[in-house]
Ligand binder design. Sequence first.
Ligand code: TYM
Length: 327
Amino acid sequence: MRIFSGIRASGDKTLGNYSGGYRQYAATQEQGDAVFCIVDLHSITTAYEPEGLHEATLAGAAMLFATGIDPERSIVFCQSHVQAHAEAAWLLSSVTSFGELRRMTQFKDKSADQEFVSAGLFTYPVLMAGDILLYQTDIVPVGDDQRQHVELTRDIAERFNGRYGDTFTVPKGVYPDEGARIKNLQEPERLMSTSAGNPQGVIRIVDEPDVIRKKFKTAVTDSEREVRHDPDAKPGISNLIEIMSVVAGESPAAIEARYDNSGYGQFKEDVGEAVVTLFAPIQERYRELRADEEGLRRLLGTGAEKARAASAPTLEIMVERMGFVRP
Ligand code: TYM
């Protein structure tokens, strides 16, 4: 089985990324041939600084290894190192409609408050479809916010296969049972993300332990005192229950039972402490890996070679089927 997932280049990854991304990557790499991509070409679709991208890419690689991706077992590479990705995006844009892209909610959200909306932000889901389809991917482990993009990828694959003959495996998205949509601790109606929302409610994987504790202590809850999972009536507490479930590996029901009648204070403190404990060894490995820039570049170089070899046959079939003259 082929597994593929991508993650934007950034050193500011969150507990949400851990829940929908990293922890699923580490688990799925045990199930088949896994490919993980630091999608630096995606990172330029919104305003950015070139020096910042450089740092973010290396940080992104360090975080993948720190959270348990084994470079011997899985392919880890940087999107811009494998030119097939940019090429596949162009080819696939001819089987993607304007209307489909216009319906993407992430585009609507991300373009809403920007003065300059790049064409790249609009066509980004086509690049993502290429990322996935080039590797004949069976499953795509992601968080719920990527569901619409994965569904579009399936539609693009089916349309290409229908028009040019069977070329792509049609991939399936894989979403965690708990924690597919971790919310901002201060604004529990909003996804936890570094790009929008109250930063006090965003847990970064590299946050200092005391910062994490404080953010949990001040998390927004409600005026009751019952630790109960009910996302509509109790979004703040339900989010904390999901976080505890992700971090402790327990079901929401077991957590509810454990905190029956104990009030919110102790619960919030315990969730914070559990996250601190989970992130401590990751932070330590991350610092070590990030300090060895040469080592990271070497690992990314090997990953790029393997990714080029794995993606080239698909790109070759695409161009042939589409009728291009080959040199
Ligand atoms: P990115 O970099 O925004 O996020 C990486 C992963 O983290 C998940 N995630 C969350 N999961 C739960 N709760 C949250 N609050 C939360 N925030 C983020 C995301 O769902 C994602 O799985 N477009 C993608 C990157 C991408 C990609 C791909 C993914 C490019 N090509 C091909 C899969 C396959 C993105 O921006 O993810």
